[in-house]
Design a protein around this ligand. Structure first.
Ligand code: WTA
Length: 692
């Protein structure tokens, strides 16, 4: 990470606007790049010659059209899907400027379709009925299963019929709290089939977080399973759901049905806590329903799903995606960024509880008729070679993961990788945070035997799909750069005043114009949507990320510029962790910052002020950690709790996080000006307590 940061820092000191090379020009110069002293990695001739986009010129031609004629570009692609009725005259219409009224984005409005139909039925009708849709690999080696496209259709229809039967209708919310069983994508597709809006909650979230989401979206049904094994541990999910449902009932939201899948490898029925009348075993009811089910045809702009994500306040945001644009965009980004071939076996290690699992485990790949590996377990269980064992077992060709996993496997040693063949691999992918060049090189050289291009895909829950990403056959790569924008995407880098800067520069990353996969609102809070994303730099969508562009036009993401941190590729709002900490009766105040972490990318560093008279103790530290685990989930527990007799505040009472970040990363000679603090002596007190 430090290499990367140094690299980025050295770039940001160059005068902005130097060498006005737009990314388009740079791509034309693709050939010339090679001769320069650049850290370039070229795709092989053989790879490029068979690639969907084989050259910078081809990219340029397609990209130019996508910008100059977005309606034509996207409607040509959309026509390849099944629409019950074609969209209206306007392919898209939008207002992206708060100064001109409310933000509004529409794609394919008036078009009538169904994404489940396009993911499943359409492929069966095209003759792929016997093709494997899902390979399921359980936590324990030796536990596995497969579903063909026909079987997937069958399973989805049965669940859809059940949901309809208990009264779930178009537009109703359904909360899904499941681990990576095949039932998870099945449940998502069944909701989509009947026009219900799914909200998948990552099964690592605590009861309180789950309750918060249930209260916000008010589902009729929660779909879960009794337990899951993750590595050597058994996690009782049903108990977590029970606690969440008690909590939501206290807030006036009661859920009629809790549909529970029995996960026999983790827990038997008899040991599961049960509430008669509300709880229903999936296996007792769903298989009794017919295996065909009419789809509910919906408008392209009807909601498809809600996914809660962290922002800079304590309250998670319900990101809302609609149907048509999301469908076209996830399918197209998947196809080009991974250079999809029908013979591919694709494995993405993300959980469907996050956006990556929505767009690139479920929708994007299935829309292309791909074969997808769904993995329930932990990537280093029972040993650090598990991933490559799975790659060899299913002959995985495209492997998509997060830098944090790459770094942790890199630490475990090459021998766990090289003892597997990995010959099937063709393309590698990275997502979630910037990948540092040393991890990139290890991924490329050791995992991919210097043969497989890496698609470092930059995007967000909000963007629905890839925004800046290599197209693996098209151009040389620079380790650690997400390279160039996807078709239809116009990234711009702006300064603090919101003025677009050209050429070689660094600043805030924004996007100009709309693209089909963009989110349409924050559920129930359109005002927050506008304030967070469209007001900071009027006229643009603000991503919350910093970015620099080098002289060749390559983009280098430098991390969040807001109060969001990125821990092992999971987005966590510092305010969420703070509000969990201060809910502890002995905690008076808390301030949380991100610090560089060798494996996780960023670690969570919490400064905690205790209630007057309460002494510091190891026990209290543990109890504070437990509070965060309980309120958010284990993945949000601080890596460090730093006792703070006081926090550095300005005279107006604002916490100066800049100073806390420097103390946390031990950069004490870079504290900067502390004279504006209400009480400058707190800084010395904090430094003295650093190792307590
Ligand atoms: C970060 C995950 C650098 C970024 C898809 C973004 C990345 C946040 C990359 C979104 C990447 C994601 N390079 N940074 N390839 N991919 N990020 O919503 O800070 O969970 O804003 O979506 O992750 O996280 P989210």
């Amino acid at each position: 990470t430090s290499n990367h940061l140094r690299h980025v820092e050295s770039m940001s000191t160059l005068p902005s606007g130097a060498g006005k090379v737009s990314h388009l020009n740079a791509v034309i110069l693709g050939e010339a790049l090679a001769s320069e002293e650049n850290d370039l990695v070229f795709p092989s001739e053989q790879f490029s010659s068979q690639a969907l986009v084989p050259s910078p010129q081809k990219y340029l031609e397609m990209y130019t059209r996508s910008i100059q004629d977005p309606a034509g570009f996207w409607s040509d692609i959309a026509s390849q899907f099944c629409w019950k009725q074609k969209w209206g005259e306007k392919v898209h219409s939008e207002n992206l400027d708060v100064r001109n009224g409310n933000i509004k984005i529409e794609w394919f409005k008036g078009g009538i379709t169904n994404i489940c139909y396009n993911c499943v039925d359409r492929n069966v009708e095209a003759g792929l009925g016997d093709k494997i849709a899902l390979y399921w690999e359980g936590n324990e080696p030796g536990f596995d299963d497969t579903l063909t496209y026909s079987q997937l259709l069958h399973g989805v229809c049965q669940l859809a019929n059940y949901l309809k039967d208990i009264g779930v209708k178009k537009g109703d919310a359904v909360v899904i709290y499941l681990p990576m069983l095949m039932e998870l994508p099945i449940a998502m597709l069944a909701c989509a089939r009947i026009g219900a809006v799914h909200s998948v909650v990552f099964a690592g979230f605590s009861a309180e977080s789950l309750a918060q989401r249930i209260v916000d979206c008010k589902p009729k049904v929660v779909i879960t399973c009794n337990a899951v094994k993750r590595g050597p541990k058994i996690i009782n999910l049903k108990d977590i759901v029970d606690a969440a449902l008690i909590e939501s009932a206290k807030n006036g939201i009661s859920v009629d049905v809790c549909l529970t899948y029995e996960n026999p490898s983790a827990m038997k029925r008899e040991s599961t806590n049960w509430q008669e009348g509300r709880d229903v075993w999936w296996l007792d009811v769903v298989p009794k329903y017919p295996s065909t089910c009419e789809v509910e045809w919906v408008d392209a702009e009807d909601p498809l799903f809600l996914l809660y994500t962290s922002g800079s306040t304590g309250k998670p945001k319900g990101v809302l995606h609609t149907t048509g644009g999301y469908m076209v965009y996830t399918a197209t980004t998947f196809k080009y960024a991974f250079d999809y071939k029908p013979s591919d076996v694709y494995w993405c290690t993300a959980d469907c509880g996050w956006i990556t699992g929505h767009s690139y485990v479920t929708y994007g790949p299935l829309l292309n008729g791909a074969t997808v590996v769904v993995f329930e377990g932990a990537p280093n269980y029972p040993d650090p070679g598990r991933c490559w064992d799975i790659v060899d077992k299913y002959k995985v060709t495209v492997f998509y993961t997060a830098p944090t996993l790459v770094r942790s496997l890199m630490r475990d040693g090459d021998e766990h990788v090289t003892c597997y063949s990995r010959k099937s691999l063709r393309v590698l992918g990275s997502v979630g945070e910037p990948i540092n060049p040393s991890a990139w090189r290890w991924f490329f050289n050791v995992v991919g035997d210097s043969r497989c291009p890496i698609s470092d895909t930059w995007w967000q829950t909000e963007t629905g799909g890839f925004m800046i990403t290599p197209l693996p056959g098209a151009w040389p790569q620079k380790p650690g750069s997400a390279t160039f924008p996807f078709f239809g995407v116009q990234p711009v880098i702006v300064d603090e005043k919101g003025v677009e800067i050209e050429g070689e520069c660094s600043g805030y990353l924004c996007v100009k114009g709309s693209w089909p996969g963009a989110f349409r609102t924050l559920y129930g809070d359109h005002e927050r949507y506008e304030t967070t994303y469209f007001k900071p730099f009027p006229g643009y969508y603000f991503t919350g990320d910093g970015c620099s562009r080098d002289k060749d036009g390559y983009h280098w993401l430098t991390g969040r510029v807001d109060d969001v941190i990125n821990v092992s590729g999971h987005r966590i709002g510092t305010a969420e962790v703070e509000s969990a900490l201060v809910s502890h009766p002995q905690c008076a105040e808390a301030a949380v910052v991100g610090v560089e972490h060798e494996v996780k990318g960023q670690g969570i560093y919490a400064f905690v002020t205790l209630v007057e008279g309460v002494p510091y103790s190891e026990e209290l530290r543990k109890s504070l950690m437990l509070t965060v685990r309980k309120q958010i989930g284990a993945f949000a527990a601080p890596d460090k709790i730093h006792w703070a007799p006081g926090l550095p505040k300005t005279r107006s009472g604002k916490i100066m996080r800049r100073i806390l970040r420097k103390i946390a990363s031990k950069q004490l000679d870079e504290l900067g000006d502390t004279s504006t603090l209400a009480d400058p002596s707190v800084v010395d007190q904090l430094i003295a307590l650093a190792d307590c």
